[in-house]
Design a protein around this ligand. Sequence first.
Ligand code: ASP
Length: 343
Amino acid sequence: MTSQPSILILYTGGTIGMIKDNKTGAYKPFDLDNLFKVIPALELFNFDIESYCFDPIMDSSNMSMSFWGKIVDVIEKNYEAYDGFVVLHGSDTMAYTASALSFMLQNLNKPVILTGSQLPLGMIRTDGRENLITAIEIAAATEDETPIVPEVCIYFENQLFRGNRTHKFNAQNFEAFRSPNYPALANAGVNIDYNRNAIHKPNFKKLKVYKNLDNNIAILKLYPGISEKIIRSILNIEGLKAVIIETYGSGNAPNYQWFLQTIEEAIKMDIIIANVTQCQVGVVEMGKYETSINLREIGVISGNDITTEAAITKLMYLLGNLKNREQVIKLFETSITGEMTIQ
Ligand code: ASP
């Protein structure tokens, strides 16, 4: 590691670099080609900061699996040359991208910090300036020549979170993200206080990237009144390999006969059915209530306290890289990169 930390900023788009369209008044992506012009304070860092701008840059609502592959490519190609990476990204799907990257970049021993903002950098009250500056500082932070945060994280409004534990919960406030089931990895005030016990330790192994993802997965959110017709049509989608059922409370679902029978039929057709709670805080405990005992008995697997964002990207990764269904199930119920709490 050099004495002057080197940071690569990957710019994917998002509000942080947007401008208002004169005609429509809507925010649209804008080329952030010279970050130093926009934030002259970056020059004050004694860091070697370079940036990589994707083409096209986008509102993160347009994020895709192939774009995740491009982000992974840039990190992989530049992995040895930089000490840390900052990914500028729209906040809308940032939790999905952070979750996906945490599975696609295994044996990660360098920081990959995603950040963005609720107001563009060009606006006086922007939150982007602080978010970007502190994200860079965290990406460059070392102790005994080892990165302090060698994992995929989201930094937003003074808090650093494990990426695959986050969820965007607020569309208006600067404090847009939460990590409901895992503590913040750092809090930035006058000092940046790292929660060292919660942060991954580096394993010093060689980075391994996984770009094959499989999206033959559906998310089925339960609600009172959901009909058999709707559930059957989802479970009959051609090529479907897995379904995440967003259940109630601690993993409960209706115990009507038609419901359980439809799910059981899908499992017999080798479709993986995973139970993830609609609640933001807490864990799936199949068997706690009568309305979840049957789910476990027919072979529904538990998402534990995983977020929906991490569950879908984890299944994309597992199905894209493993042929054996039993292995996918086993690893889904295991914590791969700290995305779930195993009691
Ligand atoms: N729509 C924007 C995006 O996700 C919102 C943001 O950046 O905060 O790209």
